[in-house]
Design a protein around this ligand. Structure first.
Ligand code: URA
Length: 279
């Protein structure tokens, strides 16, 4: 059932190898459906949205975005601010603008915003979908079971989300949405559109050599494509000139073991591109 290579990779990820009982046919596992017609996410026009007044820009932080900032209390009085202004923000004011955002209804149900984590000059940028329950509670992306799988895959490539260290061995992780959708429902097109300037700015600040887009919402946000992951993976795309590799979302991989080998191939492709200097 598993090739030697797949088995070694799965073992490296701490996963038990499942074998069908003798005589039992293997059940084919469907690739993730393209899903309901993907909401066309239009380019976010710089619109005025109600977000809490952004704090005054502060000097560039030395410790990076993942420095242990305590969860911020919910910012209450919404004030009009142009999200276009996000495009000029440095890390700390950007983090505070996210913490105070009330641009969509998710701000009312979140425990806290989930900004992003990792090295501010990481070579790799990893883009996921939206915080889940544990991320909402902890204020950090990918800390639940999907995050543990992601960390294991990164470890196998000697990569980590630590905020300090050698940028070549570091990743920065962010989601398309900074707030948890209630009951982990899919992000809505308007939520994606309103949250997008934050992700765009994070990518601009990190200036990664490679972007790994995980799952269909990351792909929609960055490539404006609603093609299934299976059709987009295995080659190098571009986002604003930065090489981008598409792969399966780790939460999907937890349910579809055989696709882990494909995801591993995607990570290896991304690693090759990052190694080559992003060309
Ligand atoms: N899934 C995501 O896409 N992001 C998270 O932060 C957690 C789970």
């Amino acid at each position: 059932m598993w090739s030697e290579r797949q088995a070694a990779m799965l073992r490296a990820m701490g996963l038990r190898l499942w074998q069908p009982p003798a005589g039992e046919a293997e059940v084919p596992i469907a690739e993730p459906a393209a899903g309901p017609p993907a909401p066309a996410v239009e380019a976010a026009a710089p619109v005025s949205l109600p977000v809490a007044a952004p704090p005054r820009p502060e000097p560039r932080p030395t410790a990076g975005p993942a420095a242990a900032a305590p969860p911020r209390p919910a910012v209450t009085p919404p004030a009009a601010v142009d999200l276009g202004a996000v495009s000029g923000l440095d890390w700390q004011p950007l983090r505070e603008a996210v913490a105070g955002c009330t641009a969509c209804a998710l701000s009312q149900s979140r425990t806290q915003t989930v900004f992003g984590v990792g090295h501010p000059q990481a070579r790799w940028m990893i883009v996921g979908e939206a915080p889940g329950e544990q991320e909402d509670l902890r204020g950090e992306p990918f800390v639940g079971p999907a995050g543990q799988l992601l960390d294991a895959m990164l470890r196998a490539l000697a990569l980590s989300r630590a905020a300090e260290g050698e940028p070549a061995q570091r990743v920065y992780i962010a989601n398309t949405l900074k707030c948890r959708p209630p009951r982990n429902r899919n992000p809505a097109p308007e939520e994606l559109q309103r949250c997008e300037p934050f992700l765009v700015r994070q990518i601009e600040l990190v200036q990664p050599r490679i972007i790994l887009a995980m799952g269909r919402f990351a792909v929609q946000a960055l490539l404006r494509s609603s093609e299934p992951i299976g059709k987009l993976r295995g080659r190098v795309h571009r986002y604003q000139g930065v090489p981008l590799v598409v792969t399966y979302h780790p939460a999907y991989l937890l349910r579809n073991l055989p696709d882990k080998a494909r995801a591993w191939d995607d990570l290896c492709l991304a690693a090759e591109v990052a190694e080559r200097g992003g060309s």
